[in-house]
Ligand binder design. Structure first.
Ligand code: ADP
Length: 181
């Protein structure tokens, strides 16, 4: 586990399963159809129960690079923010879309005035975003947001395997070394 403080807000990098984390909002790496799927999406819907899928069906769709909020069903959270990251195809717009997915969740956090949020590593599973490119975008977007006034007190990155945790730790170290965090 790694912790770092930005402007009084705790940033935590930790290996684990996001469905077990006690925070106000859990972020899901969803697809644009909000249709559920494998990976973290499947795990969250299984743990949350059917009410969350019902809410997703009512919302309908979410554009890539954005996010929508639902309740959290049986999860120990108030909200799930369903964020849609890009499928990595090296077309050029992926960094903006990935940053947009994180930023949309941070905006929802401010809108709902929540104190804690947990992110998975959006797009780096089935969507194929290279970890060494995705990790600095995820961290930079969060850190830049925390440098302004915020309702957030804790931001967790819950990383499923050792390889993903190490990529985020390395990216944070590089951002700190380069003076961006
Ligand atoms: P995407 O389609 O956005 O790539 P995936 O769910 O396939 O989403 O993968 C995103 C990341 O989430 C991967 O690093 C994967 O290992 C991780 N992951 C899978 N299950 C969980 C879970 N329960 N908690 C946290 N992270 C998870």
């Amino acid at each position: 586990m790694t912790t770092h403080t930005v402007n009084g807000v705790t940033l935590l990098l930790k290996q684990g399963n996001i469905v077990n984390v006690q925070v106000d909002a859990i972020v899901n790496a969803a697809n644009a159809g909000l249709a559920g799927g494998g990976g973290v999406d499947g795990a969250i819907h299984r743990a949350a129960g059917p009410t969350v899928m019902q809410e997703c069906r009512q919302i309908g769709r979410c554009p890539t690079g954005s996010a929508v909020a639902t309740g959290a069903g049986n999860l120990p959270a108030r909200y799930i923010f369903h964020a849609v990251g890009p499928i990595y195809q090296n077309q050029g717009d992926e960094p903006q879309l990935l940053a947009g997915a994180y930023q949309a969740c941070l905006n929802l956090a401010e809108h709902h005035q929540i104190h804690s949020i947990a992110f998975p590593s959006i797009s780096t599973g089935a969507y194929g975003y290279p970890l060494h490119l995705a990790a600095p975008i995820a961290l930079q977007t969060v850190i830049t947001h925390l440098q302004r006034p915020t309702s957030l007190q804790q931001v967790h990155f819950i990383l499923f395997d050792q390889r993903t945790l190490q990529a985020y730790q390395k990216a944070l170290q590089q951002l700190l070394t380069n003076g961006h965090a």
